[in-house]
Ligand binder design. Structure first.
Ligand code: NAD
Length: 480
């Protein structure tokens, strides 16, 4: 039986095949014990009529090997093609996106010479669940879903990553001063899990000031863990200011599979010219080697690559007259890295991992709480946009256990005793609560909805109001 580790390789489109061949040449020269299974994904598959860009056989290969090294692909313009990356993330449940953003000063131009951070972004939840609805002529909504297991998994991954890569600090970024329940849960779990890692420093930033600090003084950060949308934005900012978009790799990690790729695209403008920089994909391959337990090989290759960058052997995209030494093609760059195998960088910080083996598949917390139904928010369309007439109509409803508490519009209380309002839309949230301090039943809500319907009011949706161990599982509206 082969002692080689099976992995899937997708050569992709545009510059993909050129940079993948360069990376495979380096892996081969480093005698890395991998067994390659090649698949076709991307443009060809899209244009053959498969709107997801990947066929059954390719899926089978990925699911068998569970590790994919993927070159960039081209998504054809127009007509219903789905993003392959989004499909991969969802189908393989790749919950963690890991993107190191490092400056290679003075060999690659950057305004932040000391920058060396890693962004770990939650990849499956938040506003990216894709649950959107148009509810009234004027109002659309997008659901932000954040789960305890989702937070636990990504936050634990960040701490495990910090330990495995010899990093000192994990910074959490949220907007929990505004989104107290969703972002609040993420921050809370960061504090909770952080206690299990006393060797790692921790801090928390509100995402707006955190992003500003990344742009201004990125050297203050080490590992950053954040929710999906914020992570999407700050990882592009960080990669850009590191000055190394073409040099950066990223990993998408799941419990059962992982995908590694460069962060750049298929660069059709230089495809076929043999001048593309294979470094981003090589960085991804190095992350993959650590992931599959070949950290020594990762170190060998990474140090050779750093040495090559130091020697001023540069592809066209990072070549600077007077500063770089030799302008090379994709193949020549790979050959220079191969010649440097066994050497270490002299100025740049060398490869680092520790002997710590990551253990991200830690058991999730079992939650047992007493949940009680105490009311309901009924969202309605009210075309006249006049809260007083809606309020009077709803107060006239006779219900055995529920009474109207308040009505809000865009989160602001407008009935009774309205706060100053700039304007109302046609979308109102009407909060009904128990008349006593006892809980209510589903049947009580159905009776209420029936009565609201009989008044000719279009109810769009309901959100049940629960308490969990006596604590409100819902926020109060401004002014409530
Ligand atoms: P791009 O990253 O391909 O190119 C942007 C610029 O950077 C171009 O000038 C290009 O020549 C240069 N560049 C990129 N990688 C380089 C490298 N390794 N060496 C030297 N120069 C490099 O972005 P784009 O032009 O916006 O997108 C092109 C295609 O790539 C599109 O079809 C897009 O959908 C796809 N794309 C794919 C992925 C992916 O597969 N993960 C990611 C981003 C974009």
């Amino acid at each position: 039986m082969s002692s080689k580790i099976p992995i899937t390789i997708a050569k992709g489109d545009g510059i993909g095949p050129e940079i993948m061949d360069a990376v495979l040449a380096v892996l081969h020269a480093a005698d890395v014990p991998l067994e390659y299974h090649f698949i076709d994904i991307g443009e060809k598959v899209y244009l053959a009529g498969n709107t997801s860009g990947i066929d059954e056989k390719a899926w089978e290969t990925i699911l068998k090997t569970r590790v994919l090294l993927k070159a960039p692909i081209t998504t054809p313009q127009g007509g219903g093609y789905k993003s392959l990356n989004v499909t991969m993330r969802k189908m393989l449940s790749l919950y963690a996106n890991v993107r190191p953003c490092v400056a290679y000063h003075p060999f690659v131009e950057t305004r932040h010479p000391q920058m060396d951070l890693v962004i770990i972004r939650e990849n499956e939840e938040d506003l990216y669940a894709g649950i959107e609805h148009r509810q009234t002529p004027e109002v659309v909504q997008c659901l932000k879903l954040v789960s305890r297991p989702g937070c636990e998994r990504i936050i634990r991954y960040a701490f495990e990553y910090a330990r495995a890569y010899g990093r000192k600090k994990v910074s959490c970024m949220t907007k929990d001063n505004i989104m107290k329940m969703t972002d609040g849960l993420f921050h809370h779990i960061f504090n909770e899990i952080g206690k299990e890692y006393p060797d790692i420093e921790k801090d928390h930033y509100i995402i707006d000031i955190g992003s500003a600090r990344i742009a201004d003084t990125p050297e203050r950060f080490d590992v950053i863990v954040t929710l999906n949308l914020y992570g999407d934005i700050i990882s592009d900012i960080a990669a850009q200011i590191a000055g190394s978009v073409g040099l950066a790799g990223s990993a998408n990690i799941g419990l059962h599979a992982a995908m590694f790729e460069a962060i750049h695209g298929s660069a059709p403008d230089i495809a076929g010219k043999g001048i593309a920089n294979p470094s981003g994909l090589l960085q991804a391959a190095v992350m993959m080697l650590v992931h599959v337990g070949l950290a020594e090989k990762a170190e060998l290759i990474q140090n050779a690559w750093l040495r090559t960058i130091e020697e001023g052997i540069h592809t066209n995209d990072i070549f600077r007259e007077g500063k770089s030494r030799r302008k090379v093609t994709t193949r020549e760059f790979a050959e220079a890295v191969i010649a440097n195998l066994g050497k270490k960088p002299e100025q740049l910080k060398g490869f680092r991992t520790s002997s710590y083996r990551m253990n991200p598949s830690h058991a999730l917390t079992n939650i047992s709480v007493k949940k009680e139904l105490v009311g309901v928010d009924v969202f309605v369309e009210w075309p006249t946009k006049d809260p007083a007439s809606l309020g009077e109509l709803l107060e006239a409803i006779e219900h055995p256990v529920l009474k109207l508490k308040m009505i809000s519009n865009r989160g602001l209380k407008v009935y009774p005793n309205p706060m100053a309002v700039s304007f109302c839309t046609d979308h109102f949230r009407c909060r009904f609560v128990s008349k006593t301090d006892k809980g209510i039943s589903h049947q009580d809500i159905l009776v209420l909805l029936d009565k609201i319907g009989q008044k000719g009011i279009d109810f769009i949706k309901t959100e049940n109001l629960y308490t969990f161990d006596g604590v409100n599982g819902f926020t109060l509206s401004q002014g409530e």
